[in-house]
Ligand binder design. Sequence first.
Ligand SMILES: [Zn+2]
Ligand SMILES: [Zn+2]
Length: 151
Amino acid sequence: MHEDERRPGWDAYFMEIARTVGTRATCPRASVGAVLTRDKRILTTGYNGAPRGVPHCTEAGCMMVDGHCQRATHAEANAIVQGALHGVSLAGATAYCTHQPCAGCSKLLISAGVVRIVYADPYPDAVSSELLAAAGVELEPFLPDQVRAHT
Ligand SMILES: [Zn+2]
Ligand SMILES: [Zn+2]
């Protein structure tokens, strides 16, 4: 096999990084990772966990409300917050998410200027899909077998 054919495509490369980022998650309910990129460069990363200075779920337990942990900030939101903290514009970015973003995160991604979202695990959400479509943000499932090394 030619060497170029063994190299992962950009989507596979960034999704693998998103999965690695997700291993840092501090809410035991889910290991979610997100990587925001532009022009094949990483801008920010995020995993689900408590806000800065707040005890993690792993230390203080989850704060469950209606079946969802309210202590942890979602990975996608944390990736956006990292941009705010460091003054990194996310306009025109592509988001690689280990899980399909919820409606709340989709709204943040839209307003942060993200133009494309690639997700691995599907979590279909009608509200999220409608908002993303209305905003013109591309929402694509990650296709691991698709060879995109040359694109
Ligand atoms: Zn939690
Ligand atoms: Zn979310």
